[in-house]
Each structure stands twice: as structure tokens, then as C-alpha cells.
Design a protein around this ligand. Structure first.
Ligand code: SAM
Length: 268
């Protein structure tokens, strides 16, 4: 890997960044008072940026490094691990194996962890769950492993569906206990298990503005008194979500936070 080390930062050398791109840099990074410009081959540079140094560095496998640093995540009664850390699931915990990949939801994001925790606070035995924005399927699968009779995950991104299905298989979720489909609220949901589209629990890890738009639909898909779990909410946007829940008559609104992220629970 060929890297040109240029003294300075993106701020102090702001005017020179374009020169690096024009010279053929494939990427720029700032680290420890240096700008690191990645190149495929050594090239003639303009005078203004000649005060740097060419270095040949060992290739770094970012994916391998990311994977090596993953640790088990405990979320209430559930421990979420990548497949190679199965052995680290404590015997007292429900193990949830998620292959880190293209879809959001390895459990390492505060919002996913808080949502699994909120699911694990409920008695899900025999319940039906609707997971809006399922990503890797992590929340629907957690629900099924915690005893839910049926968890349906929907996502507007088609890439997520085979990934979620594969994760459900990896967790040996019995056939028919989870289902995944491309779509969103407002679409026709499969009616084979939940004929009227009304679920016992609704969980959605999206973002505040979308919760504000969808909250009316949440009411239509949740049985009276059923728990609603919403996350993906930046703490600064909590008033928007709380206002929307008030508007639709949700009760028992409770908030938990982790850093800049919030999770809100309520009852329909
Ligand atoms: N449920 C997983 C978790 O908790 O880690 C993934 C959450 S990820 C933050 C949000 C997911 O919602 C993405 O996979 C995205 O494609 C999906 N999404 C975004 N807008 C949506 C919508 N209007 N309806 C359904 N899914 C949506």
C-alpha cells in the first residue's frame, strides 16, 4: 500500500486537498498531525505539496481488524455474538448469533442493543411481533428466541431480506416463527399468521422523523394496550417522538438513553 505522508491536518492544508485528489489520490485520511494520501503509484506532485514523504506500508485488512475487535453484546436476557464467538455465550443467557455483514444490526449499535433489551423485558411467550426496519433481522429473531410465536420483519431495502432469513436459520429459529418481507407500513402484510395485521408488540429502529410520520400506522398495527418500542432516536429529537405519541393517544411513555441515542417505550 503506497501512502504519501503530508505534514499538517485537513484544516491547516485545506487548500492542498484538491491538489492531492488531482494528483490521483484514491483516499485521504488525517492521523496524528499527518495527512495520509493513498495512491496506486508514485506520481509527480505540485510544489505546494512536495514537503511530504512517500511510504510503502503493509496492507491492512480493515474487515479482519473490525471482526477481530467484535465482542459479545449483552442486552438484557440476550447475548449477541458473531458466529465465531458462539462459545462465549453464557449458559444463563439466550444466545443470538448475527453474522456482521451488509445489513444494519449486529447488536453493537446502542439502538439495537437497547431494543433487544426492551424486548427481553417483556414476556413474549406466544406473542406476535412486528419489526419495522428489520435490517439483519436481529430484533425479530431476538423476539422469536425469547418465545414469540411469530415475528414479522419488514424493510424497504431488499438486500436485507435474504440476510435476515439466513440469520434466522443460523439461530435455528423454527420454521414459521419468523418471516421477512420487503416493504413498509401501509403495504399489505402477509395475513397467514396475523390475519388482521394487528400484532401484540411493535418494534421499530428507524429515526425520529419517520416515527413521527408512521405513528398513526403503529396504532393500526398494534393491539390495544400492546407495547410499542421505538429507537433510532437522537436524544435531541425526543420531543418530536413524544409529541407524536401523545397525539395518537399512546400511554405509559418511558425513555431510556445511551449516549446520544434514545429508546422510547409506550402502550397503545
Ligand atoms: N432493526 C435493525 C436493528 O435494530 O439493528 C436494523 C435497524 S436500521 C437502523 C434501520 C432499517 O430500517 C434499515 O435496514 C432500513 O433499510 C430500514 N428502513 C428505513 N426506512 C424504512 C421504512 N420506511 N420502512 C421500513 N424499513 C425502513
Amino acid at each position: 500500500m503506497l501512502v504519501y505522508h503530508l505534514p499538517g491536518t485537513f484544516e491547516t492544508r485545506e487548500d492542498h486537498l484538491d491538489l492531492l485528489w488531482e494528483a490521483g489520490a484514491t483516499g485521504l485520511e488525517e492521523r496524528a498531525g499527518l495527512i495520509r494520501a493513498y495512491f496506486d503509484e508514485e506520481t509527480e506532485l505540485p510544489d505546494a505539496i512536495r514537503d511530504g514523504e512517500w511510504r510503502q506500508e503493509a496492507d491492512q485488512d480493515w474487515l479482519a481488524e473490525f471482526k477481530a475487535n467484535l465482542r459479545p453484546v449483552q442486552a438484557g436476557r440476550v447475548t449477541i455474538v458473531p458466529p465465531w464467538l458462539r462459545a462465549e455465550i453464557p449458559a444463563t443467557q439466550v444466545g443470538l448469533v448475527i453474522e456482521p455483514g451488509m445489513a444494519f444490526g449486529t447488536g453493537h449499535h446502542a439502538t439495537t442493543r437497547m431494543a433487544v433489551e426492551a424486548l427481553s423485558d417483556l414476556n413474549l411467550n406466544g406473542q406476535t411481533i412486528l419489526d419495522v426496519g428489520t435490517g439483519s433481522g436481529v430484533l425479530a429473531i431476538a423476539g422469536a428466541l425469547l418465545g414469540a410465536e411469530y415475528a414479522l420483519g419488514v424493510d424497504i431495502d431488499p438486500i436485507t431480506i435474504p440476510i435476515a432469513e439466513e440469520n434466522a436459520r443460523d439461530n435455528a429459529v423454527p420454521e414459521g416463527r419468523t418471516a421477512f418481507m420487503v416493504g413498509t407500513l401501509g403495504d399489505d402484510l402477509p395475513g397467514d399468521v396475523v390475519a388482521d395485521g394487528v400484532f401484540d408488540v411493535l418494534v421499530a429502529n428507524l429515526y425520529a422523523e419517520l416515527h413521527d410520520l408512521l405513528v398513526g400506522a403503529y396504532v393500526g398495527h398494534l393491539r390495544p394496550g400492546g407495547p410499542l418500542i421505538l429507537t433510532g432516536i437522537l436524544t435531541g429529537k425526543l420531543p418530536l417522538v413524544q409529541g407524536a405519541l401523545d397525539r395518537e393517544g399512546f400511554t405509559d411513555v418511558q425513555v431510556r438513553t445511551d449516549g446520544e441515542w434514545a429508546l422510547v417505550t409506550a402502550r397503545a
